[in-house]
Design a protein. Structure first.
Ligand SMILES: N[C@@H](CCC(=O)N[C@@H](CS)C(=O)NCC(=O)O)C(=O)O
Length: 219
């Protein structure tokens, strides 16, 4: 089967697919586009106009969570827990993590009021995730699973934000979540899921959005 992932370098949803493909040793070709100015061939195959989109032979598969489930199905080893109830519960939290990416967007783009509301919302969601997380390095214990891949883009962007500011969206009040984030960000499969220098692109993105967060940037 020929796989081609159509992506956008800064896209957190696409990053989940990249982590899953690499963690499961699946061969694929990577093609970057700008979804704000997509080429005609992309418009023809994408009903939503969004990335990531995975072309499996000639069939477009869209929505990051469908893509990661598909990658899991074609891989030898599942990235979900073997217990089907636990796996379904993980899928619920994975969908929950997509909402958290919405909070991240508001943190970057919002004025002071929207920034603070989104930060509170994000921390409240993390507190709930913390209650569901099992003890151990990762969400389900010591094995890296798909749910960890789903949270990785959030943790990577929060680490960048905290480095660019004086810990404006710190996880220190949620030590279990902070420890989980540290474990995930230390993995090669996560580090290698973005190009070198993407942190600088993210910084420029924060500056260009001119939200409240851009006023908190330090040199
Ligand atoms: N629900 C989608 C969201 C994907 C998404 O929002 N992608 C952004 C880039 S990060 C995009 O393509 N935006 C362009 C647009 O919405 O037109 C998924 O999980 O794949």
């Amino acid at each position: 089967m020929k796989l081609e992932l159509i992506s956008f370098k800064l896209c957190p949803f696409a990053q989940r697919a990249i982590i899953s493909l690499n963690a499961q040793n699946v061969d694929y070709k990577m093609t970057y586009i700008n979804p704000m100015d997509p080429p005609d061939w992309f418009k023809e195959i994408s009903p939503t106009g969004q990335v990531p989109l995975l072309k499996a032979d000639d069939t477009p598969i869209f929505e990051s969570l469908v893509i990661t489930e598909f990658i899991n199905e074609i891989s030898e080893k599942s990235l979900h827990p073997t217990n089907i109830i636990k796996a379904a519960n993980n899928r619920s939290w994975i969908i929950y993590s997509s909402d958290m990416l919405g909070d991240m967007f508001n943190i970057i783009t919002g004025n002071e009021e929207k920034f603070n509301a989104a930060k509170t919302e994000l921390m409240q969601k993390f507190a709930k995730v913390s209650m569901a997380k099992t003890q151990g390095k990762f969400f389900n214990g010591n094995e890296f699973n798909m749910i960890d891949a789903a949270f990785a883009p959030i943790f990577m962007r929060l680490a960048w934000i905290n480095e660019f500011t004086d810990n404006a969206v710190s996880l220190l009040e949620l030590p279990e979540i902070k420890a989980w984030s540290d474990e995930i960000l230390a993995l090669d499969v996560v580090k290698n899921s973005v190009d070198e220098g993407l942190d600088d692109v993210y910084l420029s993105n924060i500056e260009n959005r001119e939200g409240y967060l851009s006023t908190l940037l330090i040199d």
